[in-house]
Write a protein that binds this ligand. Structure first.
Ligand SMILES: O=C(O)CCC(=O)C(=O)O
Length: 271
């Protein structure tokens, strides 16, 4: 389901979201806005790497650890993940991004995101659940294995079905640079079984026999596009094989009055 509109979702868009588990709005942010966000992404990477080099963030020690050979650093409650195989130490993920780079707060409250989110959360009052920057640098950006988000969140939220995501593309997403892929209709199947392959995080990756890649939809879209998707959707993406970045943020909303995932501080959404 594709659309270029902003404002609340129309009946066809809502029906598409309910049927498929996602809806895409093309080019909602302008090229100029996207360029500004790409500059903020570079700032975020630099800030995170500087804290890791220093071994401290806001006076607290940075804690590093490895899970399934992936390198993570905790800057207080902010998790930074580096690219697995990249000796340059490129940043892969920063969560929650607005607590490292406050400029991202403006996006969280942007009516182009919050009007549809009020419908998907089914509440006019919203609060933020989490905000994750996924960088996918040129050539070194790795893919994300098939997973649902809901299993990551069931221990911290009693309303996981009301945690819809919106992925905001700051740069064009293509098949070659690792656009988001969703298994159409998988959101209707509840919590699916996890992998049993010995990885530390095995249970968080959806078992390959629990869904069919014949239902896969690759969501290539221009910079500035928004992809709204259900927390139970099986989704993932491939690596970035191109010479250009594929940065995006995934914002997850919830009903008003609940604390965020990582800091457990309430972040009301001003809409
Ligand atoms: O950035 C991507 O391509 C996918 C990210 C993703 O699936 C996630 O962060 O849960």
């Amino acid at each position: 389901m594709l659309s270029e509109k902003s404002g609340p979702l129309g009946p066809e868009e809502l029906a598409g979201y309910q049927r498929d588990g996602f809806v895409v709005r093309h080019s909602v942010l302008s090229q100029q806005e996207c360029a500004t966000w790409v500059a903020q992404v570079a700032r975020a990477q630099g800030t995170a790497l500087a804290s890791i080099d220093l071994g401290a963030h806001e006076g607290e020690p940075v804690v590093g650890y490895t899970l399934d050979d992936n390198r993570f650093f905790d800057l207080a409650h902010i998790t930074v993940q580096l690219e697995h195989d990249d000796l340059s130490g490129a940043v892969r993920v920063i969560e929650p991004i607005q607590d490292l780079i406050p400029a991202f707060n403006a996006l969280i409250d942007d009516a182009r995101l919050t009007a549809p989110m009020q419908q998907l959360v089914r509440d006019t009052s919203l609060s933020l659940w989490t905000a994750k920057l996924n960088v996918k640098s040129a050539r070194s950006g790795s893919g994300f294995a098939w997973h649902q988000d809901a299993p990551y969140w069931t221990h911290d939220s009693d309303h996981v079905a009301r945690l819809p995501n919106v992925m905001v593309l700051f740069e064009e997403a293509t098949l070659e640079n690792g656009c988001l892929r969703i298994i159409r209709g998988s959101h209707d199947r509840g919590l699916l079984p996890g992998c049993e392959d010995g990885r530390q995080l095995q249970g968080f990756y959806t078992h390959p026999q629990a869904f069919s890649t014949a239902d896969e939809v690759a969501l290539a879209a221009p910079a500035g596009s928004l992809i709204f998707f259900d927390p139970f959707c099986v989704h993932g993406s491939g690596p970035n094989l191109t010479d250009r970045g594929r940065s995006a943020v995934i914002l997850t909303y919830q009903p008003g009055g609940y604390p965020t995932l990582k800091s457990r501080v309430l972040r009301p959404v001003v809409s």
